[in-house]
Design a protein around this ligand. Structure first.
Ligand code: NAD
Length: 471
């Protein structure tokens, strides 16, 4: 540990300190990785079903502590109480999925070419893995890295984001109390220096990172330079396309959920709403109306629909992007302001709808991590697909349509790792692969589902012969 303290402030009122934690330094990271290295072989020797049992037990503990963990998430990260509770349930579901993967194991059995022989494949743990996570899903993202890593027999050292480490530490407590040895799942706390020390540690065979594109690219280089496996799930600038044959009410519901839930602080949030021309004016006006009607408030306040951003500084960053769009000629039809009164002490930013955005504006070119959505007209499906793809990112894309042929053309045309039809851009099932294309990934590896097991293990091919005469 270093003497540096991590100070977490209430996103809804930054005057309030909600938690303090000791930070690690580079020596602390090295010590954690060395302990993990020493503990890993015994963990890998446990039969998979036994590891699975411990993950199930940890899931039970998360469910039992759901309310307390949700409170920690609301206090440090700021999201709405119901969303925080849902995130804890999701973390438990992720643990259970990978408990099942550990129980089943996996591999392929064949006859060997040699008479009397068998050949099979099995997965083999990597050793120690380093996990680096963002603040916006402080228990779900750690769970979807830790669960497959541990299920496969690795020891893991996780560095959560300093803004909201409490729920990640709660997940580690549950794993430990379930019976996972302390040194097999550890946390190191701190900022960029601690993250770099983890990526550089010679014991760490693979790094799984979720966060911004710039940081992910830097860390991908560092990991590759020393031959460590790297997975990077990065930013997004996700489109929702509304075609002329869509149900406008459904389109509006998907747009509001995608753009404004969690104040837009999801990598898969809807940043661009692309509407085919006959519906453009109608949808734009109705969307701006809905945005104006949404109620901002602290995550634990009754009736709040849009929580604060993680900090006032994050809200200022979003404000800067909206001001730039305005200055360059875009129309801000809803929001575009930080509220005054009591809310001014938090990271609040009003749900914002922008028309007339052009390339060169951050709201189109970059990932603006807040409740801001640019609405763009499209002539037809091909134009909509071209607009949807006209950003460097490729995480999630959605189409709203009642025509199956249009939906399937969109699926084929969309440059996105995840495509939704008549669903919002966010949302993912624990048993399905998760990840992006283009600047939204630093590797092409996928998280979640059975794909996650591939990243956290090597394949081994085994040939067996009875030793006696063949046949
Ligand atoms: P961030 O990139 O600033 O930080 C992510 C993590 O990396 C944190 O733990 C942070 O402390 C650490 N870090 C920051 N700089 C570092 C450096 N130079 N070296 C080593 N470690 C460093 O991201 P954030 O602000 O915590 O989270 C928001 C971002 O995460 C958004 O871009 C969002 O799109 C992305 N995100 C992506 C996904 C996905 O699955 N694709 C999911 C959630 C969030």
């Amino acid at each position: 540990m270093s003497n540096d303290a991590i100070v977490c402030r209430n996103p809804a009122d930054a005057r309030q300190i909600v938690a303090r934690y000791d930070a690690h330094d580079a020596d602390g990271v090295a010590a954690a990785c060395a302990r993990a290295h020493a503990a890993q072989p015994a963990w890998a020797m446990l039969p998979g079903p036994r590891r699975g049992e411990l993950l199930h037990r940890a899931a039970d503990l998360l469910q039992r502590r759901g309310q307390r963990l949700a409170q920690t998430i609301v206090a440090e990260e700021g999201k709405l109480r119901a969303d925080a509770a849902g995130e804890v349930r999701r973390a438990a579901a992720v643990l259970r999925f990978h408990a099942g993967e550990a129980e089943r194991g996996g591999g392929d059995l064949r006859d060997a070419a040699e008479p009397g022989g068998l050949a099979f494949t099995r997965r083999r743990a990597l050793g120690v893995v380093g996990l680096i996570t963002p603040w916006n899903f402080p228990i779900a993202i750690p769970a979807w890295k830790l669960a497959p890593a541990l299920a496969a027999g690795n020891a893991a050292v996780i560095k959560p984001a300093s803004a909201a480490p409490g729920a990640t530490l709660g997940l580690l407590d549950a794993l430990r109390e379930a019976g996972v040895p302390e040194d097999v799942a550890q946390a190191v706390l701190g900022g960029a220096d601690v993250g770099r020390a983890l990526v550089d540690d010679p014991h760490v065979r693979a790094v799984s990172f979720t966060g911004s594109t710039a940081v992910g690219r830097e860390l991908a280089e560092r990991a590759r330079a020393r031959g460590a496996r790297f997975q990077g799930e990065l930013g997004g600038n996700n489109p929702l396309v509304v075609l002329a044959d869509a149900d406008p009410e459904l389109a509006l519901a998907l747009a509001c959920e995608g753009a404004f839930a969690a104040a837009g602080q999801k990598c898969t949030a809807t940043r661009r709403l692309i509407v085919q021309e006959p519906l453009y004016e109608q949808v734009l006006e109705a969307f701006a109306g809905r945005a104006r009607s949404l109620r901002m408030g602290a995550g634990d306040s009754d009736g709040a629909q849009v929580p604060p951003l993680i900090s006032p500084a994050a809200a200022e960053d979003v404000a800067g992007a909206v001001t730039q769009a305005r200055t360059l000629g875009a129309d801000v039809l809803a929001g575009g302001v930080r509220p005054d009164g009591e809310l001014r002490h938090g990271g609040f930013y009003a749900p914002t709808v922008i028309a007339g955005a052009q390339p060169g504006m951050r709201v189109l070119d970059d990932e603006v991590f807040g409740p801001v959505c640019a609405v763009l007209p499209a002539r037809d499906l091909d134009d909509a697909i071209a607009l949807a793809n006209a950003v460097p990112y490729g995480l999630s894309a959605s189409v709203c349509t009642n025509d199956l042929a249009h939906a399937l053309r969109f699926v084929r045309g969309a440059e996105a790792g995840m495509v939704h039809v008549n669903r919002p851009t966010p949302g993912a099932d624990p048993h399905m692969p998760f990840g992006g294309l283009k600047a939204s990934t630093a590797s092409g590896w996928r998280e979640q589902g059975q794909e996650a097991v591939r990243f956290f293990s090597d394949q081994q091919t085994v040939y067996v012969h009875g030793g006696g005469p063949a046949g």
